[in-house]
Design a protein around this ligand. Structure first.
Ligand code: S3P
Length: 174
């Protein structure tokens, strides 16, 4: 069966929604940031700080391409995965791409509540402006690469996850 691919900005809930879907469906969860950290033995922040963003992007692409044989998995991507065309063509080859979308306040709330390090947002005085600026640059990439767009504002993790599972099951039964 095809994979469920989750894309979207930091703070939209890709990781938690991926975990929920995985628990509910028994599909395997693959988090590309986690694989990068496990295979390199370094945190994402460390990689950004010591090797730079383009080194990270190369690792990210290598990992994503290495996942092209996966089936029946939930693949949760880092927010910048859409930047590289190769990433998205590889992910969509055998996956249905769900874009999680949130307004600025939701993203900011989730980012502030999480313990994850986000190097792109670390050295900025105004996180809200930075998120807005990154989102503006990526908005059209997110939209053009998504098979389905799911708005997460004011919804629980369960509601978002169930919406995705419902769509996925509908497609499967066609
Ligand atoms: C990034 C988002 C992060 C992580 C890296 C770069 C981005 O993942 O991949 O810090 O470019 O937006 P999350 O979307 O899980 O925060």
């Amino acid at each position: 069966m095809e994979n469920i691919v989750l894309i979207g900005m930091s703070g939209v809930g890709k990781t938690v929604v991926g975990k929920y879907i995985s628990e509910k469906t028994s599909m395997k969860l693959i988090d590309t940031d986690d694989i990068i950290e496990c295979t390199s033995g370094k945190s994402i922040s460390y990689i950004f700080k010591n090797y730079g963003e383009s080194y990270f992007r190369n690792l990210e692409t290598k990992i994503i391409i290495s996942l092209s044989h996966e089936t029946n998995a939930i693949i949760s991507t880092g927010g910048g995965a859409v930047i590289c065309r190769k990433n998205m063509s590889s992910l969509s080859m055998n996956g249905i791409v769900f874009l999680l979308k949130a307004n600025l306040d939701t993203m900011l709330r989730n980012i502030n509540a999480s313990k994850e390090n986000r190097p792109l947002l670390e050295n900025t005085l105004n996180i809200k402006n930075e998120i807005e600026s990154i989102n503006r640059k990526r908005r059209s990439l997110y939209a053009s690469n998504a098979d389905y767009e799911i708005t997460v504002d004011n919804k629980s993790i369960e509601e978002v996850g169930d919406e995705i599972i419902y769509i996925y099951n509908q497609i499967k039964s066609i």
